[in-house]
Design a protein around this ligand. Structure first.
Ligand SMILES: Cc1cc2nc3c(=O)[nH]c(=O)nc-3n(C[C@H](O)[C@H](O)[C@H](O)COP(=O)(O)OP(=O)(O)OC[C@H]3O[C@@H](n4cnc5c(N)ncnc54)[C@H](O)[C@@H]3O)c2cc1C
Ligand code: SF4
Length: 558
């Protein structure tokens, strides 16, 4: 295996995946002095539509029938303007034993290009939750272990938000918040008068409200999912990968599917990876002393399960048999809405990419306890004026024009995001009888919500409706359905952290218990899901693990 090793294919570190977490690994490892190879299965894509208007698209930004047929899964999340940043489901199939949306972006930058940018810290109650109520295994770290890394990451990313002093959604290093509009402020005031257990805060989003090192301020166009011409939101391509490249230590190889991690039983270490070049279709090996897997939760678990050897017949580092299991996503309700008859003299400027946020207000002690479910949920929302699309198009000429140009009533929509417990039965596995175009086994997903999640969903819908009614909203209603699991695009947990190698895959440094030079810092590592949008936590864990790995590398331990 080592015979073909040359200077050209040997690095200090290999990072698999260039999305949110892989970008961070690339930046930290290269800036720490390590010659690093980033392997990315997708191509480097331009931001071709970032300034297009709806009328620049043939079907006003809708997908064509043909495109819809090719994207039965991804079409719930993409449109004509950003479809290239989502995979074509026909070309990249997987097996859903039960419905599960696996939303993916195979390109340099991964889903950092399309993410919603909401960025909240986990709190100490989240890191202690498994231990307290016995679901899953205990996290091997606590908030105090991650706090300085959250600071470090937020400072770099540029998260706009307000300081609130809430222990269960800790404050961070924020840029000025994106201001609330009139109807959002109205709801905030009503909630603070009518409830003692909850507050509404400015959403915390990775959109720059101030210029930051080579990146421009957000212009409030709300077109982020097509890439930003001003670099106004955080993504790998305009920040972490740029700095990694500036270090002079980065090699980025696109169109490179990592097929497996190579293990050497004599040294009890991983020695490198095998890739399939998607252009030449050839297989090649690359070698390094340290390997970071950041191919996203399902991607990373499938690489590990495909990396079988005499020592690890069930997949690399899988002596616990936990790899692929404990898959989580956040539970989402389709949403609650209402209109408001008032504040008609108020409007707003631009199209804000911000939201309001109602942090978790259940099971925090005192009067917030409920017997209906454990853990909790937060609610995000947005208020705006109804536009011409909701107007009757009666009249002609000037009358019609005036009618279309006059903003309609205020409306608001709220959507909950709730914690999903880690169930061993929720898992991904590989179907070796069904191969993809590269000859790799298809991923099979088995996922179901439990009673806890269903009870939580009903609660979030009722609570959202009640808050709107109490604030004087009319026509209040909810879509009383839940989209398929996976829709939150917060999948995580398939190679969890834990103290005990018998029941977990990674230790407190995100290092494999079984194979010490392999680190996993994408969502796979999550021991529980909490209810906060998770990517900020992946970034903080990545920066922390890189710091440890660099130290170990320089001390010649790894
Ligand atoms: C519409 C949308 C809205 C979202 N909103 C939010 C939000 O508001 N807040 C939040 O926290 N999160 C949000 N997310 C989720 C967020 O995008 C993910 O949590 C985050 O991108 C995960 O980072 P990652 O590095 O694990 O994976 P990704 O960013 O998906 O990157 C993984 C990379 O690995 C590559 N890869 C996969 N397999 C291989 C392989 N075998 N070999 C080589 N390369 C491979 C992929 O091509 C990809 O580039 C949202 C996602 C979407 C799509
Ligand atoms: S809303 Fe802001 S960050 Fe998003 S694309 Fe527009 S200018 Fe860029």
């Amino acid at each position: 295996m080592m015979k073909t090793q040359t200077n050209r294919n040997t690095f200090d570190a290999i990072v698999v995946g260039s999305g949110i977490s892989g970008g961070w690994a690339a930046k930290e490892l290269t800036e720490g002095g390590l010659k690093t190879l980033v392997l990315e299965r997708g191509a480097d894509k331009e931001f071709k539509t970032s300034s297009n208007n709806p009328w620049d698209f043939k079907y006003r930004n809708h997908l064509t029938k043909e495109e819809l047929k090719e994207r039965p899964v991804q079409s719930s999340h993409c449109d004509a303007g950003n479809k290239d940043f989502y995979v074509n489901d026909k070309e990249h199939p997987y097996i859903q034993e039960k419905p599960f949306k696996w939303i993916r972006g195979y390109q340099v930058g991964g889903r950092s290009l399309t993410w919603g940018r909401l960025s909240y810290r986990l709190a100490d109650i989240d890191f202690k939750a498994n231990k307290i109520d016995g679901h899953g295994v205990d996290w091997p770290i606590r908030y105090a272990d991650l706090e300085k890394w959250y600071d470090y990451v937020e400072e770099y990313v540029g998260v706009s938000g307000s300081l609130e002093g809430l222990e269960h959604v800790p404050d961070g290093v924020f840029l000025p918040p994106i201001p609330m509009n009139a109807v959002e402020k109205h709801l905030k005031e009503s909630v603070s008068k009518k409830y003692t257990d909850r507050v509404i805060i400015n959403g915390r989003v990775a959109n720059l409200t101030q210029y930051k090192k080579g990146r421009g301020r957000c212009m409030y166009r709300n077109l982020c999912s097509r890439g930003c011409p001003y670099s106004g939101y955080f993504n790998s391509n305009t920040s972490t990968l740029v700095d990694a490249n500036n270090s002079g230590k980065l090699t980025l190889r696109e169109n490179s599917i990592v097929k497996e991690v190579l293990y050497d039983k004599d040294s009890a270490k991983a020695v490198g990876v095998t890739i399939i070049d998607t252009v030449t279709k050839k297989e090649m090996n690359y070698y390094a002393r340290i390997i970071f897997l950041n191919a996203s939760t399902i991607g990373t678990a499938s690489i590990l399960l495909n990396s079988v050897s005499e020592t690890f017949p069930n997949g690399l580092g899988n002596s616990s048999l936990q790899i692929g299991h404990n898959l989580m996503d956040h539970i989402v309700n389709e949403g609650t809405y209402g209109t408001f008859n008032g504040l008609l003299d108020k409007y707003y400027k631009g199209r804000s990419p911000g939201t309001i946020y109602i942090p978790r207000f259940q099971n925090l002690g005192y009067d917030t306890q409920t017997n209906d479910f454990v853990r909790g949920y937060g609610i995000q929302g947005k208020g705006e004026r109804e536009n011409w699309q909701s107007k009757p198009t009666t009249g002609f000429g000037a009358e019609l024009k005036t009618q279309l140009e006059t903003p309609g009533k205020w409306k608001i929509s709220l959507g909950g995001r709730g914690e999903v417990l880690p169930y061993y039965e929720n898992k991904i596995s590989l179907d070796k009888n069904n191969l993809d175009q590269w000859g790799l086994p298809l991923v099979k997903v088995h996922f179901e919500y439990g009673a806890n999640e269903k009870a939580m969903m009903e609660h979030m819908t009722q609570a959202s409706e009640e808050m709107l009614r109490k604030a004087g909203f009319e026509n209040v209603g909810s879509y009383r359905t839940s989209p398929d699991p996976g829709s939150a695009v917060h999948e995580m947990g398939t190679a969890r952290m834990g103290n005990d190698p018998k029941t977990s895959v990674l230790n407190k440094h995100n290092q494999m218990h079984d194979v010490k030079n392999v680190f996993i810092t994408d969502g796979s590592c999550m021991t529980s899901s909490a209810c906060q949008n998770p990517s900020l936590t992946y970034m903080a864990l990545t920066a922390r693990a890189c710091s440890y790995a660099i130290e170990q590398f320089k001390s010649n331990i790894l």
